[in-house]
Design a protein around this ligand. Structure first.
Ligand code: URA
Length: 407
């Protein structure tokens, strides 16, 4: 039976929901083996999925676990998701910014696998910050301050988790239908009413081409419509890192700078775009009116105050956030104009400094990371500092190839 289903997909026939359920739920129960699921996932990568197969798979993922009930919050709950990028600390900026506009943000976030940490890792780099909240605490905090970011309390879409772990090691991560059902199943199980999704495209992202990004966008919106959840999207570039800081504690410091109004540029612009979409959806106002409100809340310090209130409420001590690591400066070996900063190479370097994890039990060094000191288009003189690297690994040899392009 399992072989018939794999064969059917390998021969490019459409599968029924029952067939998808048999193979995927069989995998969750360990009745279908890793090697069988690997072959099946590769057949999906090669032959794609129809819309009805994608809806069916999303449903199977959702029903494999629990669904969070956030109905105790008497307002529209808007969630945000990013398909993952280098230096992407927008959640740290956007969540308090949106909450400061009186749109509640209750977010379950994850630890990261791969080159950089996830939002929970970034928050955990703040001394004392608690990420494991009970449901009772989530309720109280949501009512009192309108913002909660916690690690997953419930077993949301466990089948997606198991399948994703296998995709990660079988070169099957980049299938657009698999990405769409993976993201939407988690968001729907997370209990949000409306969802904003930041689709990253470029060399430092899972999605490499605009064509794929557009297809993913259309699928995410279609799945949302099927579940009566409004989905809005942003497609943002990930050929270059987002902002200047990469690494967990360094990213918290940069998020603080943005909220203090000290940093302009792509990171601020993207954060404003995401936040204004969320506020627009949460309040039912135009994106222009929402944009005005979020900009005002950065200017007046309301968003910063909400961030500080949120960190304190979850027991974090942000007053003395210092980087405890050795610093190595990368200097330019020639003069010219800075043409490019390669996101993927920066991500690999950052992981090699200790800022990411390859396996889920690896320990992250919260202090490790990179601060990029120059902007694209800057005139560079030989010997200028291009970036500072922070690490606690002794005698480290850095791979600096293909990071900065100067010509
Ligand atoms: N993010 C997810 O949650 N799942 C994917 O498959 C890709 C990005």
């Amino acid at each position: 039976m399992i072989l018939d289903i794999i064969n059917k997909k390998a021969n490019n026939y459409e599968l029924t929901k029952e067939e998808l359920e048999t193979i995927f739920m069989g995998y969750l129960k360990d009745e279908v083996k890793d090697y069988q699921m690997s072959a099946f996932l590769m057949a999906i990568c090669i032959n794609d999925m129809s819309d009805s197969e994608i809806f069916a798979l999303t449903d199977i993922f959702i029903r494999s676990g629990e669904v969070l009930d956030l109905s105790f919050i008497d307002a529209i709950k808007v969630d945000k998701h990013s398909t993952g990028g280098v230096g992407d600390k927008t959640t740290l900026i956007v969540a308090p910014l949106v909450a400061s506009c009186n749109v509640p943000v209750i977010k379950m976030s994850g630890r990261g696998l791969g080159y950089t940490g996830g939002t929970i890792d970034k928050l955990e780099s703040i001394p004392g910050f608690k990420v494991d909240l009970t449901e009772e605490k989530i309720r109280r905090q949501a009512k009192e301050i309108g913002i909660v970011i916690t690690s997953q309390t419930k077993d949301l879409a466990p089948l997606d988790k198991k399948v994703y772990a296998l995709r990660d090691v079988t070169a099957t991560t980049n299938s657009i239908p698999l990405i769409a059902s993976s993201i939407m199943s988690k968001k729907i199980a997370g209990g949000a009413d409306k969802i904003v999704i930041d689709i990253k495209v470029g060399n430092g992202a899972l999605i490499k081409t605009m064509e794929d990004a557009k297809r993913l966008e259309s699928l995410l919106i279609k799945i949302g419509t099927y579940y009566q959840k409004e989905v809005r999207t942003v497609i943002s570039n990930m050929d270059r890192p987002l902002g200047h800081n990469i690494g967990n504690k360094l990213e918290v410091l940069e998020a603080l700078d943005v909220l203090k109004g000290k940093e302009k540029g792509k990171l601020l612009d993207l954060s404003l775009e995401l936040a204004s979409k969320m506020v627009s959806m949460g309040k039912g106002i135009s994106t222009e009116a929402a944009m005005k409100e979020v900009k005002e809340n950065i200017k007046t310090g309301k968003a910063l105050n909400k961030f500080l209130e949120f960190i304190k409420y979850q027991h974090g001590d942000i007053d003395n956030l210092e980087i405890d690591a050795k610093v190595y400066n990368i200097k330019a070996n020639k003069s010219g104009i800075l043409k490019d900063i390669n996101a993927l190479s920066i991500a690999k370097l950052s992981e090699s400094l200790g800022a990411g994890r390859k396996n889920k039990d690896d320990k992250i060094d919260y202090n490790a990371g990179i601060i990029i000191k120059k902007e694209i288009g800057d005139e560079i003189k030989e010997g200028d500092i291009l970036a500072s690297l922070y690490t606690n690994i002794d005698n480290k040899e850095f791979n600096l190839e293909r990071i900065f392009e100067i010509s």
